[in-house]
Design a protein around this ligand. Structure first.
Ligand code: 13P
Ligand code: SF4
Length: 373
């Protein structure tokens, strides 16, 4: 079987046009900064739209036109007709917005340092090599599915091999699509979301893991003998949740319910009452009766937003707030937001995410397949 040819840059930051915050923006007072952001937004009017992921800080989401999960934000990006889409999120989300929007629209990621470590765990070059090894061991059709949390070159690879993209809200549908088209799935990069999806479909006995960093962890013939091959990537934030955190919170509050993100380990998802994407987590709290208690097993900023947005519900972070902060999401500093907006008012575009044209077309195919399932 032919393998795809993609140039890929094995660096933490995918883009080298990283522009740092000018000193004048480093110590802005919150009230002054907010006023300046709103003044720039008034000046720019319909030319700009701000999309904010649920994990963004309060000072970002309070200026956002849309707040949502990565699937909802990709749909908003597709519908946006503003000249500038400012993405409050991480690089892979801004890349997807650039792929989906028209060529005359610019996608701006206020800080180029907002790189999700999980997306960096499956480099297209590594995947291409694994693909060659595994496909050499079987005549079955393998369909690659990549989680949205991956870079554009990997999305392009998946499209080229008949696969698609999914988010945590539609991974099960992507698996169903893949099993209609082929015999096996290679799922990248999040092994926990892959495991949880296999369980949801009753296919947990078909799982095999592929660890590209461990020579012992990649047996191509064993991989090819199973129906669901999971790349050994994970989210450093969600992997920290343990079953013991759920046991402890249930001991402290006998009437507490627990909702977690499906990037959590299998045993954590099993011990929770509900598992779902960040928008599912929002819906659960929004639909809770006044006085209900919900422990939130995901990034701390979302737990804090839910507590502010729904004071009638008792919202508790699943394991305190010390360790569940996503450092990648945190890079979108409101000072950067003020800077990129004021630069736009002056006619200068800063920190624009531009996916390479050769990746863009194919990656769009993989994203369009997701938007159609
Ligand atoms: P959602 O797709 O649920 O918004 O999650 C994105 C993400 O990065 C979770 O860590
Ligand atoms: Fe990436 Fe995890 Fe942060 Fe989501 S929470 S952006 S998966 S590091």
């Amino acid at each position: 079987m032919e393998t795809a040819q993609f140039e890929t840059d094995l660096s933490l930051f995918k883009y080298d046009n990283l522009e740092q915050l000018p000193p004048a923006y480093r110590d802005l007072d919150e009230d002054e900064r907010s006023e300046r952001i709103e003044a720039a937004l008034d000046e720019l009017g319909d030319d700009v739209v701000i999309l904010g992921h649920n994990y963004q800080r309060r000072e970002i989401v309070e200026h956002a036109d849309f707040i949502g999960d990565s699937y909802q934000l990709s749909k908003e990006a597709a519908n946006a007709d503003a000249d500038y889409v400012i993405f409050g999120g991480v690089t892979f989300m801004a890349e997807s917005a650039d792929i989906i929007t028209d060529d005359n629209q610019s996608v701006i990621l206020p800080s180029m340092e907002a790189s999700c470590p999980m997306a960096g765990m499956a480099e297209a070059l590594q995947v291409d090599a694994a693909w060659a090894e595994i496909t050499a061991e079987t005549d079955d059709d393998i369909i690659p599915i990549t989680y949205m949390n991956s870079y554009a070159d990997l999305k392009a690879f998946c499209a080229e091999q008949g696969g698609l993209v999914c988010t945590s809200s539609n991974a099960h549908k992507a698996f169903e699509y893949a099993f209609e088209k082929g015999d096996k799935v290679l799922f990248l990069p999040d092994k926990h979301l892959g495991t949880n999806t296999a369980h949801r479909l009753g296919m947990e006995d078909e799982i095999v893991e592929w660890d590209p960093w461990d020579p012992e962890g990649k047996d191509a013939s064993a991989a090819a003998a199973n129906d669901i091959i999971l790349w050994d990537g994970y989210c450093q934030v969600h992997e920290r949740f343990r079953e013991s955190h759920i046991e402890e919170i249930r001991e402290e509050h006998d009437d507490v319910n627990v909702v977690v993100h499906p990037e959590c380990r299998r045993e954590v998802v099993e011990a929770a009452d509900v598992a779902g994407s960040t928008s599912t987590i929002c819906d659960v709290v929004e639909n809770a009766d006044p006085g209900e208690k919900w422990a939130i097993g995901t990034e701390i900023h979302l737990a804090n937003h839910l507590s502010r947005w729904h004071p009638e519900v008792e919202v508790l972070p699943l394991c305190g707030d010390a360790c569940m902060d996503c450092n990648a999401m945190r890079q979108i500093d409101p000072n950067y937001l003020a800077w990129v907006l004021e630069e736009l008012v002056e006619g200068r575009e800063r920190n624009v995410i531009q996916v390479a044209p050769e990746e863009k077309e194919l990656a769009q195919v993989a994203l369009d397949r997701m938007l159609e399932i």
